[in-house]
Design a protein around this ligand. Structure first.
Ligand code: ZN
Length: 333
């Protein structure tokens, strides 16, 4: 059985010499396969590198581009590629050009948006950058990282409702081989679950204030303390300043898990959602829900106030994912 390890490196893309070497290796590999000298082929490492629109088309420098809606993540943290046998899976590299959108690129290469998002570990589809490279597999599917020890190609394929045999051969793994947590495999024809897709598309939450009469008085991240200008503090949410009494709505359906009052957030509510999400609404003038209550995005959880550590009427809104605060601006419509 011929076994080729496909190794992909972004550095490869920039070197013509390397590209030639790789091409030669690839050609050799193919020649060997044809000749049936499988023994020589085993273990040869090669990269499949293909350029499209990479030949110096000017004006696409990400630094000077006015195309602000896109940024592609560098791919440094892309999961380690699994070893593939010769089951038809290979990768090409595509350089993003002005006007590209993930959907268009996917269509052009006969894969899905999910494929490109997953393989390139893109966390926000709004943020892609001209001039950077995307890895595009030769078939649609997603990269899957084994969550717990003991999962098998069979169980994973069942989860995504795809052909287990195909998944097995693409990854060169036995159908019922027990896999260890963290192992990455390519699941042909699988699609991302809807939560992941919404997270990536940035439309998981709605804004907790439906009025447009507010402004962001403080964003997520490090800032000078509003109470002591000599101190830098981390702001784990977003502050939306508006008139006292403005209705506050749940940003995602869920269950009220806390209705509290403390020195920092004043009157606050925490709502628990699916997938490890929680949202906190602070400094309220008035709380309008009770613990255990189911809420949706039309439920008023309270009204804007200035209770707790606050310098004026505003909503402090925090999103937690598995206990850690994350930037809400990446997740709402
Ligand atoms: Zn705040």
């Amino acid at each position: 059985m011929k076994k080729n390890k496909i190794e992909f490196s972004d550095d490869v893309c920039y070197s013509k010499t390397l590209k030639m070497k790789l091409y030669l290796k690839l050609t050799l590999t193919c020649a060997c396969s044809i000749a049936g000298i499988a023994a020589f082929v085993t273990g040869i490492t090669f990269g499949v590198v293909h350029f499209k629109n990479s030949s110096g088309q000017g004006g696409f420098d990400s630094n000077t581009s006015s195309h602000i809606s896109t940024e592609i993540f560098s791919g440094e943290d892309i999961p380690v590629q699994p070893e593939y046998n010769d089951s038809g899976l290979s990768y090409i590299s595509y350089r993003v050009k002005k006007g590209d959108m993930i959907g268009f690129i996917a269509d052009e290469f006969g894969v899905t948006q999910d494929t490109i998002i997953s393989v390139n570990n893109i966390h926000a589809s709004r943020l892609i950058q001209i001039g950077q490279y995307l890895k595009i597999p030769s078939m649609p599917g997603i990269l899957y990282a084994v969550r717990e020890d003991g999962e098998t190609v069979e169980s994973i394929s069942k989860k995504y409702n795809v052909d287990a045999q195909k998944c097995s051969s693409v990854n060169n793994l036995g159908l019922s081989e027990k896999l260890s947590a963290g192992k990455s495999l390519f699941v042909p024809y699988a699609e991302l679950d809807w939560v992941t897709r919404q997270e990536i598309n940035g439309d998981l939450f709605t804004k907790p204030l439906k009025t447009r009469r507010f402004y962001y008085s403080s964003m997520f991240g490090w800032r000078t303390s509003p109470f002591d200008s000599s101190k830098r503090t981390f702001h784990g949410g977003i502050d939306m300043a508006c008139a006292k009494g403005t209705p506050i709505y749940a940003a995602l359906p869920g269950v009220v898990s806390v209705c509290g009052d403390n020195a920092i957030y004043g009157k606050y509510v925490i709502v628990s959602h699916h997938s490890g999400y929680k949202t906190l609404y602070g400094h309220m003038n008035e709380i309008l829900v009770r613990k255990g209550q189911f809420v949706d995005t039309n439920t008023m959880v309270g009204r804007v106030g200035s209770t707790g550590m606050s310098t004026g009427p505003h909503l402090h809104f925090t999103v937690y994912k598995n206990g850690r605060s994350i930037n809400p601006a990446n997740l709402w419509k």
